[in-house]
Design a protein around this ligand. Structure first.
Ligand SMILES: Cc1cc2nc3c(=O)[nH]c(=O)nc-3n(C[C@H](O)[C@H](O)[C@H](O)COP(=O)(O)OP(=O)(O)OC[C@H]3O[C@@H](n4cnc5c(N)ncnc54)[C@H](O)[C@@H]3O)c2cc1C
Length: 394
């Protein structure tokens, strides 16, 4: 019998962070398996666009295998990628205000269509689909993961990368937290819609912001509207848009998975655009809740926040970079028990600190902007500054 290489890593969840970690382990030649609850890569819509920026981009370039090609192939504006990624802020009560950020020499931004990003991250990764983690056992010798279909897998390290939304099924997190519920619905109501635009309507939206624009409300309303392009048709003539209306709303904290607040109230107002809404959750763990061992978390499973400022996905992928280095070091040093724990503690502490910083700037944006007339808007790691008007023809 051939001996299993050490460590053999099990990754639960083939989302952004799980796949990024799998790529890093593939590049480093670390043994791994990755499991996904969805029955196939196309079982579920992968959501809209996501902005990647800052040191993360350099980290991805360095850590991803070269054979998957450059990240630019995920650009949401293709084939109109002569337009740089751009986010613009407006204020419903300040007609002349137009401030924002561009992808430029002062900070690279890759706004990725999420489906393309997942496809890029999935290249050459043998994801095992239809494997919903149901239970985790740690015998002391190895970790055994039991799947809902009755099968199991064993390894030396288990990484929980199952995101926030599988609330009831976050067995990996439950294994660590002994059943504690760490998910808190945030006091933010949300409404979601999608629309396809062509001709002058499409051009006008691009003029308002190549990638996305946000309209901030006043102190009374405490709301914001986010309108963004997810992708462009191959002929460059149709823009696939989505929009999110967010407002400060204490009642949203009463949301449950079975009775989400948005569904019973606000979605009735805009019947035409009725879509499944979003209950925004916060997860913020402290070190005592995440013992540094052979089971570790990353991404939304470890920390969850609002989409404001585009921090969450960047955090999730930064975790993958950091954990990739940690696991490679565990392999190189053949680290076990206390040696493994001391490497994991470094990852955990850096990850929790980075996430806490992102949570602290992301969650309060709408209320803070409404209360503070001098509040500075940031996105993609940059301060929003005045931008000239644009004229765009399709
Ligand atoms: C509306 C919206 C807009 C957003 N916009 C941005 C943005 O612009 N910028 C940004 O940085 N972030 C954004 N985010 C956040 C970003 O999407 C997440 O932070 C990111 O996807 C987290 O990655 P992840 O790998 O932790 O989890 P996910 O990408 O959610 O992946 C988790 C995977 O685990 C699988 N899974 C779940 N349970 C199990 C189980 N029991 N067994 C096996 N597999 C399981 C799921 O099917 C899924 O494939 C946004 C989020 C929302 C909701």
């Amino acid at each position: 019998m051939t001996e299993r290489p050490y460590p053999h890593v099990l990754i639960a969840g083939a989302g952004l962070s799980g796949l990024a970690l799998a790529q890093i382990l593939r590049k480093e030649g670390v043994s791994f398996e990755i499991f996904e609850r969805d029955v196939s890569e196309s079982a579920r819509s992968q959501g809209w666009a996501i902005a990647l920026h800052g040191p993360l981009l350099a980290g991805l370039k360095e850590s991803m295998p070269e054979d998957i090609g450059p990240i630019d192939q995920t650009n949401h504006l293709l084939p109109l990628d002569h337009l740089p990624a751009q986010f613009v802020f407006y204020d419903a009560n300040k007609p002349g205000m137009r401030i924002g950020v561009n992808d430029d020499e002062n900070g690279h931004i890759v706004r990725a269509n999420r489906q393309r990003l997942r496809d890029w991250l999935r290249t050459f990764i043998p994801v095992q689909y239809g494997k919903r983690v149901a239970r985790v056992d740690d015998s002391g010798e190895e970790i055994v993961v039991h799947f809902e279909d009755g099968s199991l897998a064993s390894g030396d390290i288990l990484i929980g990368a199952e995101g926030t939304r599988s609330v009831a099924l976050l067995q990996v997190r439950k294994h660590i937290l002994h059943g504690q519920d760490v998910l808190t619905p945030l006091p933010v109501g949300s409404l979601v819609g999608e629309i396809e635009l062509t001709g002058a309507d499409f051009a006008r939206q691009l003029e308002l912001g190549h990638s996305a624009y946000v309209v901030m409300g006043d102190a009374k309303d405490q709301c914001s509207m986010f309108a963004a392009i997810n992708k462009v048709s191959p002929d460059g003539k149709t823009g696939h848009y989505y929009f999110l209306l967010h407002w400060v709303d204490e009642q949203a904290t009463l949301s449950t998975e079975s009775n989400p607040y948005w569904a019973v109230n606000a979605s009735l107002l805009v019947e035409r655009y009725r879509r499944p809404g979003i209950v925004l959750h916060a997860v913020e763990l402290d070190a005592s809740q995440l013992p540094p061992g052979r089971v570790m978390l990353m991404g939304d499973a470890a920390h969850s926040m609002t989409p404001f400022r585009g921090e969450a996905g960047v955090c999730a992928l930064s975790d993958a970079l950091s954990l990739g280095r940690t696991i490679t070091a565990i392999r190189d040093k053949s680290a076990k028990k206390a040696d493994l724990e001391s490497l994991m503690v470094t990852y955990r502490d850096e990850m929790l600190k980075r996430a806490a910083k992102s949570i602290s700037v992301s969650n309060p944006v709408i209320g803070a902007y409404a209360r503070d007339p001098n509040y500075k808007l940031y996105t993609c790691g940059k301060e929003a500054l005045p931008l000239p008007n644009e004229v765009i023809n399709i």
